[in-house]
Design a binder for this molecule. Structure first.
Ligand SMILES: [Zn+2]
Length: 209
């Protein structure tokens, strides 16, 4: 079974406050007499399902084209957290059976339902990983962490969670839709666009299991 955990990219896709709305333009249109259709995109590298590279928060950090495909692809645990969980912190993580030796983990939360609702407005009250949650993940050998809204970090504190993870070389995968995926082990396949020198890139991400 293949689960497509990428969100659709359209002019309706919610974006981080201050980022430009997604622009999809038909530069050539057969309806208007052109011989072909040609679409042009205008959007942030952090649009839709995407990865953050260290350079996003660390100016001398690696950029996205150099991220390891060995980390981006492989066995992965999907946790499904109950709606009462507002923050993925060390206490919450202690209770999740991630399994010794697991290096990739994705967190399904109530956020995932926001994608199905088709709501374009950005929500500040999304579930995210706290600083001590990020430290827990690094201490437990996690190399890739995925979340189901636009940022891995709480709205009011973007820096500490991102910096703890990115300094440790953890790849961050954001804006997943995990609403249809039961908790358990899968094989993750995540292929970010090879954008040279960029701090992030949109990705198609699927789970097979
Ligand atoms: Zn991002």
């Amino acid at each position: 079974m293949i689960y497509d955990i990428s969100i659709p990219i359209s002019v309706q896709t919610p974006v981080w406050p201050g980022d430009p709305d997604v622009g999809i333009f038909l530069d050539a249109s057969m309806d208007k007499g052109d011989p072909v259709n040609i679409t042009r995109l205008a959007m942030s590298a952090h649009t839709g399902t995407h990865v953050d590279a260290p350079q996003h928060f660390l100016n001398d950090g690696r950029s996205v084209e150099s991220l390891s495909l060995d980390i981006l692809n492989g066995p992965c645990y999907v946790a499904q957290l109950p709606d009462e969980v507002d923050e993925i912190n060390a206490g919450v993580l202690d209770r999740i059976p991630i399994g010794a030796g697991t290096t990739r983990v994705l967190f399904g939360t109530r956020n995932s339902r926001l994608w199905a609702s088709g709501q374009k407005e950005f929500r500040q009250d999304y579930v995210a990983v706290s600083r001590d949650g990020a430290e827990w993940l690094v201490a437990h050998g996690i190399q890739l962490v995925g979340v189901d809204y636009l940022s891995v970090a709480p709205f009011g504190d973007q820096f500490s969670t991102h910096i703890v993870l990115l300094k440790a070389g953890v790849i961050i995968l954001e804006s997943l839709d995990l609403s249809q995926v039961p908790r358990g082990f899968y094989n993750l396949h995540c292929l970010p666009l090879k954008l040279v020198g960029a701090d992030g890139a949109p990705a198609r991400a699927i789970l097979i299991g």
